[in-house]
Design a protein around this ligand. Structure first.
Ligand code: C5P
Length: 220
């Protein structure tokens, strides 16, 4: 067995989408398989970390060697993340819905023949990464993701600032890349001191490299 650079370190990872209810049978969600976040959680655990994975609804299994907490909504995800603080490192990979339905219905909303559909009023969800990045108990290393379809570097850099993150892993998720739901990913690592462009890799290889980078940055 190799050295375990993250032995004894507590790491929070978020993964998957969130589901925001409209009524008991309908919801709003982002597209996210959870593959990248779950593989990062597993890779950090292999480096010895005590990983607390806060997962939205996904169809993939809980990673081995990781403590997984299942949530549905962004509000629940924030609560579950804050409940894990203090922690040494946070890696926020989840595709959190930006908005939720302002007043979700307790009963199924029925279609009324001949009537126009009721408009859905939305309200903003909490930004979990931004909350953690500016928290009184901020982890020493905070890592975020930026799923962009254009201006990946510019948008990633702005996100680093705004969210209070140390690293932003920016990926191009335009439909033609096949990244969304697929098994590979092409990412740019954005830090205050520069950008590192990684080649096209499997999501597992991205997870391995990112876990190693996180361990090195945490130590340094
Ligand atoms: O602002 P944007 O959604 O593009 O930022 C993406 C990053 O912020 C990801 O790391 C994501 O997990 C995190 N995020 C979050 N809570 C939100 C929105 C995004 O933690 N409500």
């Amino acid at each position: 067995a190799g050295p375990k650079p993250l032995q004894g370190r507590k790491v929070i990872v978020t993964s998957g989408p969130t589901h925001e209810p409209i009524d008991p049978v309908r919801y709003i969600a982002n597209r996210s398989s959870g593959k990248q976040g779950h593989s990062i959680a597993a890779a950090l655990a292999r480096l010895g970390a005590d990983v607390r994975l806060i997962s939205g609804p996904v169809t993939i299994p809980d990673p081995v060697g990781v403590t997984t907490v299942h949530v549905e909504t962004a509000t629940e995800m924030l609560g579950a993340v804050e409940a894990q603080l203090p922690a040494d490192i946070a890696v926020m990979v989840a595709a959190v819905a930006d908005w939720r339905v302002a007043a979700s219905a307790d009963q199924k909303i029925k279609k009324q023949p001949g009537e126009a559909p009721a408009p859905l009023a939305l309200t903003e969800n909490p930004d979990i990464l931004k909350t953690v990045g500016h928290h009184a108990q901020r982890p020493k290393l905070v890592v975020g993701f930026a799923a962009e379809t254009q201006n990946v570097e510019t948008n990633g850099r702005a996100k680093l600032e705004r969210k209070g993150a140390d690293l932003i892993v920016a990926n191009d998720v335009s439909p033609e890349t096949g990244v969304m739901g697929g098994d590979h990913n092409r990412v740019n690592i954005i830090a205050a001191d520069g950008i590192d462009v990684w080649p096209d890799l499997s999501k597992n290889d991205v997870a391995e490299r990112l876990a190693a980078l996180i361990a090195a940055r945490f130590a340094g």
